[in-house]
Design a protein around this ligand. Structure first.
Ligand code: FHN
Length: 641
């Protein structure tokens, strides 16, 4: 009885605090509360394709994949032989044949050297298992066109594993890996290129394809298509992969019709095999890997995470490098720098992807000797440790309750057998007041507890959503999971997560700090970071992405705009622009920091700030290459005295 009373009192207190705080925030931000309109997604619109089934459910043959959530991508092949080194440059990777520009005849010599003496399929599969990964996808053929299996349908001159010392020793690398994976319950999947730098028949042939030229062979896409289909069919029949991951669709010579023909050939060989969305021609949106009119089973954003979940029933997977330098194949530079993204970043990506209903395909590039770099193994094990305790929040989960992700963490959901819903709140940035707001949730809470067995928590509901009180014992905890069971199917109100931060206000010196989480982010940009004091806006890939801050200025004044940013050398020359009304100041990246997340501060220039409501927009003005111009930390508007 006593407990019930205390609980009721607590609920009342929490509800009043919630009500007051939300009311206040609603007043302050009334205009920003509108949910994001998908039609506003600009060039992202082809991402919002229809689900494969009209009722929005996941087709049965994709079930294992949609539930798996976490897989290992492996880039290994002839390109690994040289460790990415050519004439003093130590940073070539799987694009070695193209980026070095060496003649194909010279590259072919790697086939006589490919003999990774430390390759141990069981060791690789064990790393994947220890990491908690549920599928492995390896490059059976990358853009060098080399078949990593003893192929009988090679494009010419036995361009396959059987030509190598490894293959001549009777070994079949893919088969060894398949067996090692399947023994551990891990699904075995294959990557296959369309773009082919070796085949003499390929339409957009490389200028360094000297062998094709010397033999007087003309490109012929019909012959190439016949070869490609025979090659894919052969590997399906030999390895029965659970999934095929195509790539290299963007050259002019490859068309939608060719992609559809290839898909028909694949389904003839195996009607159940899952296929990604990179089969059909189409140059646009290369970064997203979704040519308009995509065919296939699932979507594949690359090196980034969509800012919002896809509509229900669309299955997707973000593939990302482990290499901090963004390399897929092994490079000597990565090795020397022990370049691997920090555990916190890797976990964050996993949480963010799961919260948006996707899979995380995390890449490793094994060494020329055939080992997964030890520093990658260490990270993967750390992730595996987290998953061993908290995996229930990831595997088999569906997207979370927020459309705009809160600063404190991410959520995923599962339906409970009795009809209720379980919400997993993964907290990487504990709110200072200890209140975990599941604001969009409209359901009656049943219970809340820590997933690691750490005990029950107090949960209450106001008309503004469900709230959990975190105990002080969790003040310093990181990446813990709170499980909240609610009655019925989760019904989420328009998202109030964006309202959780306090609005930007001037400090006693009149300096206004605009935090990344206070921005309204449109078209792909999103909030990233490690904790409250270390956050930034990432994923700036597109010209029409914008981040907008709204704040109030007491008086008209001249202010200096300072930015905090992280940017590697390759983005030098990119330009960001900051706009207030008709005024614009540009920031040209000329002074790189040590990396994306190594933040530096710089002054952009002066702006005339009028009195009243201000809207400051940041967007990309000039951009080259794959990486965003920069990661953008807090902005400061500093009055010029
Ligand atoms: O060109 C490839 C690249 O080497 C790598 O294989 C990645 C993995 O998704 N895909 C291509 C670029 O989109």
């Amino acid at each position: 009885m006593q407990f019930v009373k205390i609980e009721t009192m607590l609920k009342k207190i929490i509800c009043s605090v919630l009500l007051f705080s939300v009311a206040l925030q609603c007043l302050l931000f009334a205009k920003d509360a509108a949910p994001i309109n998908p039609a506003d997604a600009g060039d992202a619109v082809n991402l919002l394709d229809k689900p494969l089934l009209s009722d929005g459910s996941v087709p049965e043959h994709l079930r294992w994949f949609a539930d798996a959530k976490y897989g290992m991508f492996i880039h290994f092949g002839l390109f690994s032989v040289a460790g990415g080194v050519y004439k003093g440059n130590r940073n070539h990777a799987e694009w070695y044949l193209k980026t070095t520009g060496i003649p194909v005849s010279e590259y072919e010599k790697f086939a006589d050297q490919f003999d990774p003496e430390r390759f141990d399929a069981d060791a690789w599969a064990q790393v994947a298992e220890d990491a908690g990964m549920k599928y492995v996808c390896i490059t059976s053929m990358h853009h060098d066109g080399f078949a990593m299996w003893p192929s009988k349908v090679s494009d010419r001159d036995n361009w396959s594993l059987s030509r190598t010392p490894f293959g001549k020793g009777g070994r079949d690398l893919l088969m060894e890996l398949k067996k090692a994976c399947e023994k551990r319950g891990i699904k075995f999947c294959l990557y296959h290129t369309i773009m082919d730098w070796h085949s003499p028949y390929y339409g957009n042939r490389l200028t360094n394809n000297d062998v094709a030229v010397a033999r007087g062979i003309q490109p012929d896409m019909d012959k190439f298509q016949a070869y490609l289909e025979a090659s894919v069919t052969e590997e399906i029949e030999r390895y029965h992969p659970a999934m095929l991951w195509f790539d290299g669709y963007w050259d002019d010579c490859w068309t939608q019709e060719r992609g559809e023909h290839l898909l028909a050939a694949i389904h003839k060989a195996d009607p159940a095999v899952i296929v990604n969305d990179r089969l059909n021609g189409g140059k646009s949106n290369r970064v997203w890997g979704h040519p308009p009119g995509s065919i296939g089973d699932f979507k594949t954003p690359e090196q980034l995470i969509p800012a919002e979940a896809f509509p229900k029933g669309i299955v997707w997977e973000s593939c990302m490098t482990m290499s901090g330098n963004g390399k897929w194949g092994f490079t000597q530079t990565d090795w020397e720098q022990k370049s691997v993204k920090p555990k916190q970043a890797l976990l964050y990506f996993m949480f963010d992807i799961a919260a948006k209903g996707g899979n995380y395909l995390l890449n490793v590039g094994p060494t020329p000797e055939g080992e997964i770099p030890y520093y990658c193994v260490d990270r993967l094990r750390e992730m595996g440790q987290w998953l061993r305790i908290n995996g229930e929040a990831i595997y088999g989960s569906q997207k979370g309750i927020f459309t705009r992700q809160p600063a404190w963490g991410r959520t995923t959901t599962k339906r409970l057998p009795g009809g209720g819903t379980r919400v997993y709140a993964i907290v990487f940035n504990r709110p200072a007041d200890g209140l975990l707001w599941l604001t969009p949730l409209n359901n009656e809470p049943i219970k809340a507890e820590l997933l690691d067995g750490g005990g029950k928590l107090t949960v209450a509901k106001s008309k503004n959503g469900v709230c959990v009180r975190l105990p002080e014992s969790l003040n310093d905890a990181k990446d813990f999971v709170v499980v909240v069971d609610v009655a019925g199917e989760a019904t989420c109100e328009p998202d109030l997560a964006a309202l959780q931060g306090a609005p930007p206000v001037a400090d006693p010196d009149g300096v206004i700090t605009l935090m990344p989480h206070q921005a309204e982010m449109v078209r792909g940009i999103e909030l990233q970071g490690n904790n409250e004091t270390n956050e930034w806006l990432g994923n700036w890939w597109r010209y029409n992405s914008t981040a907008t801050w709204k704040f109030k200025s007491e008086k008209a004044q001249t202010c200096r705009l300072e930015i905090n940013y992280g940017v590697p050398r390759e983005s030098v020359g990119d330009v960001l622009e900051f706009v207030i009304g008709k005024q614009t100041v540009d920031y040209s990246v000329s002074n790189p920091s040590a990396g994306w997340n190594q933040m530096k501060t710089d002054s952009v220039g002066n702006l005339e700030i009028p009195a009243g409501e201000i809207s400051l927009v940041a967007r990309i003005k000039k951009h080259h290459g794959w990486g965003p111009p920069c990661n953008l930390g807090p902005l400061r508007i500093v009055p010029v005295k």
